[in-house]
Design a protein around this ligand. Structure first.
Ligand code: XMP
Length: 494
């Protein structure tokens, strides 16, 4: 019944996730017994197989902290100066609670003219000088500002006083106890050196308590949240790497759209030699030959995918790439013999895609659009046709490359920049602390239907041909349109 993966994927056809379907098997355990724990790279364990992509509209401090809280990880993007990227890592590493509110700062004499001055946060902080380096004196609630008839008044006239501050070194339970004990609705978080780093509210504490619990948070050997970082393959990226390691990055990803290059191989060798304790992930690759070269260079993990991302146009522009299901299966079947975990990167639009990627041999999935539009994604919410959205853009889009990410597409020596990605927007999805646990529950149910209770047993059963697949004829454009309409109606009515 159906095809063994080895046969299906060796017929000269490139399959995407939607082209294949897994045949159900035998269930003899509850869905909750499914263990999704895994490895990001050789020496980096995770309790859920989710990784946030190094993109400037996805992974900064708030995403890193939330992903680590959930037991996954984020790779902080490198489309910033080395000092700025290191500061993002330091900010994530300094947190002990799964929150980064990132409020705006004002002084008591400031006037707030625009909604956007709030950075999409429900509160802003008021300090004596309006900077993080002076004493916190109050908090401005967006709702208080919104109801002002005359907005041209100083903040001091309507701010709420900050009665007490919580030490930034507190963990979540300590902060919750502090707010409850003092009867506070909110408190600034203050570092040991007196810098005001953030704000916590009783509402946020309640919200986090109401979210389903997931696995063990990802913590590095330093006892702090695990954070990854992306580097490029230019000579100056060696200096960037030093900044990132000093800032506490636990794993680095050499970020190239086509990873099988002399530039990447040199960078991997350099990084492994200079920092033997650091796991280095290479990519992107989609073929065994590419993977072989990077494994020979010493990578601890492989990122798989070319042109499979939602914002990618590489396959259209350069005519190069591979269907993601085929790419993951091929590379993972080879990499497993070298004990190198595979990250299935791009093209994840639903929990079913995650199940397929993991069963086909990936150890984790890397996501961009799935996490964009969340509260934890960088950027501010905007309104488009009445919908609250956040920007999401390909790192190969002209807009992102203007900021420096062209090295990922080896465009640095060329005078002409050719876009390999687009800019778009993603609807407000709420907090990943809420929707990732639901997504993982759906993945567990998929595993249960297949009769596999862990990633390892899925990989074993696929290789031993117990698990089988079939080609799933893709829906016609009309069926797809109808499907979207039904989905929209369901979303609207739920
Ligand atoms: P998803 O589907 O999760 O994909 O949004 C995220 C992945 O897409 C890759 N990426 C790009 N690929 N042009 C490309 O061809 C781009 O501009 C671009 N930006 C990101 C990247 O691998 C990411 O993790």
């Amino acid at each position: 019944d159906g095809f063994p993966a080895g046969r299906l994927f060796s017929q000269g056809v490139s399959y995407t996730y939607d082209d294949v379907i897994l045949l159900p098997h035998y269930i003899d355990f509850p869905a909750d017994a499914v263990d999704l724990s895994t490895r990001l790279s050789r020496r980096v364990p995770l309790s859920i197989p989710c990784v946030a992509s190094p993109m400037d509209t996805v992974s900064e401090a708030a995403m890193a902290v939330a992903m680590a809280t959930l037991g996954g990880a984020a790779v902080v993007h490198g489309n910033a100066s080395p000092a700025h990227q290191a500061a993002i890592i330091r900010s994530a590493k300094s947190r002990r609670i799964p929150l980064v509110t990132d409020p705006a700062f004002f002084s008591p004499s400031d006037r707030i003219a625009y909604d956007t001055d709030f950075n999409s946060a429900p509160y802003a902080l008021v300090t004596e000088s309006g900077t993080t380096k002076s004493r916190a004196v109050g908090v401005v609630a967006w709702s208080d500002w919104e109801s002002l008839a005359d907005k041209n008044v100083p903040v001091s006239e309507y701010m709420r006083p900050a009665r007490a501050s919580a030490p930034a070194s507190c963990d979540f339970e300590q902060v919750a106890a502090f707010l409850a004990g003092e009867g506070l609705e909110y408190a600034p978080l203050v570092a040991e050196d007196g810098e005001v780093v953030d704000l916590v509210t009783a509402e946020q504490v309640q919200m986090i308590r109401s979210f389903p619990k997931l696995g063990v948070p990802s913590v590095g050997p330093d006892g702090r949240f695990l954070v990854g970082a992306a580097i490029g393959t230019r000579e100056e990226d060696k200096e960037r790497l030093e900044h990132l390691v000093k800032a506490g990055a636990n794993v680095v990803v050499v970020d190239s759209s086509q990873g099988n290059s002399i530039y990447q191989i040199d960078m991997i060798k350099y990084a492994k030699n200079r920092y033997p304790g650091l796991d280095v992930i290479g990519g992107n690759v989609v073929t065994i030959a590419q993977a072989q070269n990077l494994i020979k260079a010493g990578v601890d993990g492989l990122r798989v995918g070319m042109g499979s991302g939602s914002i990618c146009t590489t396959q259209e522009v350069c005519a190069v790439g591979r269907g993601q299901a085929t790419a993951v299966y091929k590379v993972a079947s080879f990499a497993k013999d070298h004990d190198v975990p595979v990250i299935a990167d791009g093209g994840i639009a639903n929990s079913g895609h995650i199940v397929k990627a993991l069963v086909l041999g990936a150890s984790t999935v890397m996501m961009g659009s799935f996490l964009a539009g969340s509260h934890e994604a960088p950027g501010v919410f905007e309104y488009q046709n009445g919908r609250r959205v956040k920007k999401y853009r390909g790192m190969g889009s002209l807009e992102a490359m203007t900021k420096g990410s062209d090295a990922r597409y080896l465009g640095d020596t060329l005078k002409l920049k050719v876009a390999q990605g687009v800019v778009g927007a993603v609807a407000d999805k709420g907090s990943i602390l809420k929707f990732i646990p639901y997504t993982m529950q759906a993945v567990k149910q998929g595993f249960q239907d297949l009769g596999v209770s862990s990633l390892q047993s899925a990989h074993n059963l696929l290789q031993s041909e117990v698990l089988r697949l079939e080609i799933f004829s893709p829906p016609s454009p009309f069926q797809r349109e109808m499907g979207y309409m039904v989905k929209n109606l369901l979303t609207l009515s739920s």
